[in-house]
Design a protein around this ligand. Structure first.
Ligand code: NAD
Length: 326
């Protein structure tokens, strides 16, 4: 296959971004969209000069692959329908609403090995995270601290902050550490909604690695940060502003300058890492299209989507448990 015929199901906030990216991608032929909101679907179809399909089945008949960008409760049924019709699927995160649904889709994906099923854990494609991984190679990590903070916007309150935001960092944790944590604690607060608006989780890995995650939709400042304490350095990664600083330990000896004879003592050494200016969504969808063309396994599989959801639901249960006792 030289070119993948693509359709987008759900043309809301996220679906419109998928449409923009697919409309401008080599090896992708953006064919059409489907949305239960006909006015919106037609408007987006007009904007990108593609077809609007009233029902999902007629879109599926005309494409090789789809992006599913509907609200999460619709993911299970739509992914299953695409797999039944041998259509490759990219589905937004969270994979599904329940763990049972995620397990069923994981099994369905495993039985259809020729089909690509990719889950939208986009941060894995964030160039800052990609560079951070390279910086961490060979280092002994002692602690990692993930911060994902946002102001309250009043939207998306049917989903708590753990499923909405913390899941992004859990996706990265699952990617970084294959082992299961030996213990987990999690706490949360309801501030503006009836669900968890601020969540904190602490994971302990053998032999002595600590990971903490804070996700919030209560803060005025938008923050997307990962700080790492390793034996070799302290590393600050800002996923929003795309920069990484590596604070290295120095020897603390006096340095003799050859020509001037000046003697000084170095306090610290800060390296600033170059982060390529690439859009994570472009890299994610490009990976999907390449996997379809080259018959490859995607970087975020159905099993990864299942694992991230399992992890997040465990943490959410722990938080709800502690909130009950307050
Ligand atoms: N990766 C990310 O960073 C990120 C960010 C935001 C949202 N998301 C995820 O993307 C998904 C969509 O979120 P959103 O904010 O774009 O939602 P949204 O409400 O803005 O858009 C969803 C669209 O899907 C349509 N729709 C609903 N059911 C449908 C069906 N059965 N068939 C066709 N269309 C249908 C709706 O009419 C709506 O236009 C969610 O799973 C969400 O968690 C991911």
């Amino acid at each position: 296959m030289e070119q993948v015929r693509i359709g987008v199901i759900g043309t809301g906030r996220m679906g419109q971004n998928h449409c923009r990216v697919f409309s401008n991608m080599r090896h992708a032929k953006f064919v059409g969209v489907c949305d239960v909101n006909g006015d919106l679907g037609k408007e987006i179809a007009r904007k990108y000069e593609v077809s609007y399909f009233r029902d999902v089945d007629s879109l599926i008949e005309n494409v090789d692959a789809v992006s599913i960008c509907t609200p999460t409760p619709q993911h299970y049924e739509l992914v299953m329908r695409c797999l039944d019709r041998n259509v490759h699927v990219m589905v937004e995160k969270p994979f599904t609403e329940t763990l049972e649904q995620a397990r069923a889709l994981k099994e369905a994906a495993e039985s259809k090995r020729k089909l690509v099923v990719q889950v939208g854990h986009i941060e894995k494609f964030n160039p800052t995270f990609i560079e951070l991984r390279k910086v961490l190679e060979g280092m002994t990590i002692l602690a990692m601290n993930f911060n994902r903070l946002s102001p309250f916007q009043g939207s998306n309150v049917d989903v708590d902050v753990v499923l909405d935001l913390m899941i992004h960092d859990i996706g990265l944790v699952v990617d970084l550490f294959e082992a299961e944590p030996i213990s987990m604690d999690a706490y949360g607060l309801s501030v503006f909604s009836d669900t968890i608006d601020h969540g904190l989780a602490v994971l302990r890995y053998d032999p002595g690695l600590l990971v903490s995650l804070t996700a919030s939709r209560v803060t005025e400042q938008k923050v997307r940060g990962i700080n790492v304490t390793s034996k070799e350095a302290y590393i600050e990664a800002d996923l929003l502003n795309k920069n990484i600083s590596v604070h290295r330990r120095t020897l603390g000896d006096y340095v003799n300058h050859k020509n001037s004879g000046v003697k000084y003592r170095q306090e610290s050494l800060i390296e600033r890492i170059v982060v390529p200016a690439m859009e994570p969504l472009f890299l994610e969808l490009q990976d999907f299209v390449n996997c379809v063309i080259e018959n490859k396994t995607p970087q975020v599989t159905a099993a990864d989507g299942y694992n991230a959801l399992r992890f997040v639901l465990l943490l959410r249960d722990k938080i709800l448990e502690t909130m009950k006792v307050q």
